[in-house]
Design a protein around this ligand. Structure first.
Ligand SMILES: Cc1cc2nc3c(=O)[nH]c(=O)nc-3n(C[C@H](O)[C@H](O)[C@H](O)COP(=O)(O)OP(=O)(O)OC[C@H]3O[C@@H](n4cnc5c(N)ncnc54)[C@H](O)[C@@H]3O)c2cc1C
Length: 346
């Protein structure tokens, strides 16, 4: 399980509410040069979940609803045959074929389904690493985000309270930046000294945006579709929302004997969160171009009571670009970092 478990309330499935460990109201964003931007909302803006129990609850609900799980079974390949799709699977070295009217690929960043569908892969593949620490004195309702090319080049580092534990991790972008070496540096910070590491995990986050998540007889959801959010790396909300939309199209397609095209799913996810992925990816490009000192300056510009109040009252981790117009009105000097971007967001 590779996940920091930070999800907006709308991103926690109704079927898995018991997986919530903490509710988050605030954030401290640490600039590369030591400035700290503090954001504090009155209402919880995110939950910290136990991803294992969250996914298990979804799995059990699926089984209760009639899904037949084939545990320990690996998908090897897919081919299209006579208007249907045929999956080759293998369990304990025994192979077999399963014919179906469609396949929904929820098989993560290395998706074999995506490959079979001939769809585009990630534009940026982040590499992440995280430890769970015991003994950190952290605020139960506040997360820390650390920015900087020496901290986590191409992304950011985090410290997230999770009950008795604190999840400390980061992602980097680029082969020349192995995340483990940045994590070693991160763990030398005074707030983590003396803490005990109880678990460690690593994984990848595929960032899009992609043009389509539909191939012949195949639909993709979650990381397979590169639906993780470009600014936060979060993929749980878009995965669950995409799955709901995909399931609607799949059941309609089966009911009306193929009248409903699977491509209807593309329109639905794009309307729901696809536009946000495109806008957020543009903002990511500006973020990547900022030097540490520019990032520090930009963060200080956010430290204006009106901007902070706007973010505290209306900020949304799932749709961060929605506020860009209003933020720029309140802090027009931010436009200096990328006039082109500003034009494309307004
Ligand atoms: C370090 C890190 C921290 C993160 N933190 C957060 C966070 O705080 N909040 C958030 O929202 N998101 C976070 N994410 C992203 C989030 O974890 C992913 O977006 C999410 O797990 C994607 O879910 P998924 O079901 O699409 O893919 P996955 O969770 O990758 O699941 C894919 C499944 O398919 C199976 N599979 C793959 N290939 C095959 C095959 N050939 N045959 C059979 N089975 C196969 C895999 O075993 C796996 O079970 C984080 C990611 C990382 C790496």
């Amino acid at each position: 399980m590779q996940c920091a478990g930070l999800v907006t309330p709308r991103g926690v499935s109704k079927l898995a509410q018991s997986s919530v460990i903490e509710s988050i109201r605030g954030a401290r964003i640490h600039s590369p040069l030591g400035f700290i931007l503090r954001i504090e909302s009155r209402k919880p803006r995110a939950h910290v979940i136990d991803r294992r129990s969250h996914d298990l609850a979804l799995f059990e609900s699926a089984v209760d609803a009639g899904a037949e799980p084939l545990l320990g079974t690996r998908l090897q390949g897919i081919r299209v045959v006579r208007g249907a799709v045929e999956a080759s699977v293998e369990a304990e070295s025994v192979g077999r074929r399963i014919e179906a009217r469609m396949i929904i690929g929820a098989d993560g960043h290395r998706s074999a389904c995506r490959e079979a569908a001939g769809l585009a892969g990630a534009r940026h593949m982040l590499r992440g690493i995280q430890v769970e620490l015991k003994g950190v004195d952290s605020d139960p309702d506040t997360v820390d985000i650390f920015l900087g090319k020496k901290v986590a080049p191409g992304f950011f580092a985090w410290s997230i309270p999770a009950g008795d534990l604190t999840r400390v991790g980061l992602c980097t972008w680029g082969k020349e930046h192995p995340p483990a070496s940045y994590l070693r540096k991160m763990l030398r910070r005074p707030e983590f000294s003396g803490a005990v590491e109880v678990s460690r995990s690593s994984g990848k986050i595929p960032l899009g945006p992609v043009k389509s998540a539909v191939g012949k007889g195949i639909m993709l959801v979650g990381d397979a579709a590169c639906h993780a959010k470009p600014l936060s790396g979060g993929g749980v909300y878009t995965g669950i929302k995409g799955a709901e939309l995909c399931a609607g199209v799949a059941s309609q397609h089966l009911k009306d004997d193929g009248e409903t095209s699977l491509h209807a799913y593309d329109d639905l996810w794009k309307n729901s969160f696809g536009t946000e992925l495109v806008r957020a990816f543009r903002i990511r490009k500006v973020f990547l171009a900022l030097s540490d000192s520019k990032m520090d300056r930009a963060l200080r510009m956010f430290d204006n009571p009106d901007v902070r109040q706007l973010i505290e009252e209306r900020g949304d981790i799932d749709y961060p670009s929605a506020l860009s117009k209003n933020v720029l009105k309140l802090a027009p000097k931010l436009a200096q970092f990328s006039p082109q971007l500003i034009k494309s967001l307004l």
